[in-house]
Design a protein around this ligand. Sequence first.
Ligand SMILES: Cc1cc2nc3c(=O)[nH]c(=O)nc-3n(C[C@H](O)[C@H](O)[C@H](O)COP(=O)(O)OP(=O)(O)OC[C@H]3O[C@@H](n4cnc5c(N)ncnc54)[C@H](O)[C@@H]3O)c2cc1C
Length: 438
Amino acid sequence: MFSLKENQETWKNWSGIVQSKPSHLAFPASVEDVVSLVKRCKEEGQGIRVVGSGHSFTPVVHTNEVLVSLDHLAGVEKVDAESQTVGVWAGTKLSDLSAALHAQGWAQENLGDIDKQSIAGAISTGTHGTGMKLGSIATQAVEIQVVTAAGEVLTCNRESHPELFRALQVSLGMLGIMVKVTLRVIPATVLTYESKRLSLDECFENLKEFRDHYRNFEFFWFPHTDTVQVKLMKEATNQLPSNRFWRDLNQMVMENALFGALSRVCRTVPSMSKTISRLSAKFVDTGKDVGYTHQLFTTTRLVRFNEMEYSVPTVWMETVVREIHQLVQENGYHVHFPVECRYVKGDDIWLSPAYGRDSAYIAVHMYKGMAHEKYFADVEAIFRRYNGRPHWGKLHTLQADDLTTLYPKIEDFKKIREQLDPNGMFLNDHLKKLFANE
Ligand SMILES: Cc1cc2nc3c(=O)[nH]c(=O)nc-3n(C[C@H](O)[C@H](O)[C@H](O)COP(=O)(O)OP(=O)(O)OC[C@H]3O[C@@H](n4cnc5c(N)ncnc54)[C@H](O)[C@@H]3O)c2cc1C
């Protein structure tokens, strides 16, 4: 029987806002280990939560019972060039996945702005990048192997289990422990990147053009200003990737060391936030670059923060950002982190925030240790007026009733969850409140 390690340490997520003391830790290294672990916990009546990299801000990983890490169940198989797919063990970190794919001449079609997450965690929360024609990372999964609460290994795809597969893709670990996923991949692709400083009005005048004519487009609005940074990427024609050294160094100095120092000033003297946001807006990077997809999508984020992000139908991007702009103007919140605005293609995954609609994703951030509650609550009220659905890994205050109107397939999801895990082995308090029919 798989052995559990007793634990006395406090577990913390990336930002430190979620903390718990799991009674036991488990590091299975094979599918058999995971099966044995689940059977043991079932016999002993112990609850299980799986952790990927702990980069979610919501208490989705929180547990005082057994915490399972798949760090020892990681690795990438050889890409099948004919089907353009690859088998990936669930604990694999996105950075390792990118490196392994790149070495074989392949890549993921899109990524978010960091690559520290595990592939299973990224899929399970609907983690996304930006690009009107690109879905979230969960849409890259064509097959998922999961160990259920009964200790059975299920291999699901659209053909074999059409309903279960759509429920499983974004399921926050409630339907079982993912052990392996098969991902759709693309041949390694070189992109050109351009960063521009524009006014909010200029950005909105060109919004449709940016959104529809670039492979990847996002913008950051700097609170207390009318300035945005626009980032545009498209496929390169005959250009070679540039040397990463200077870009990486610049990122470490400007976006991490300098921004970190300015953030500490804001935490000590919150009224400085306005000045510092204005200063950041003045020094927006206006450079160009050429690189492989995974090199350009992701950045190093050493400055820790808390975050809330909602998706709204694409058509509301400008309206929502303008309302947040006005809100900040009227309330003068102490915030210096820019508001991040991205696009994601709609999908058919039951719990995906992009379910059934092309989506605009808008995220607000607050430096770790600074009060975020009032700012986030006021912005959340705007998101909710526009049918906003929260990113499951980012802060929100929705209750079970709210989900009923937002997610057309929520009852079907709950039914499948109940069938697969009638005793709620994979639920914690946070998930029970949102997803269990009691
Ligand atoms: C600095 C930073 C930048 C971020 N950037 C982005 C971004 O650009 N885009 C975006 O969409 N999000 C972003 N996020 C959010 C982040 O991508 C998600 O919260 C993601 O889930 C974290 O992955 P993880 O491996 O840390 O998962 P965790 O937070 O550890 O877990 C997330 C969920 O997945 C479940 N899970 C993990 N492994 C398994 C498994 N093997 N089987 C079943 N369930 C499992 C967990 O139980 C939990 O419910 C960012 C977060 C941070 C801190």
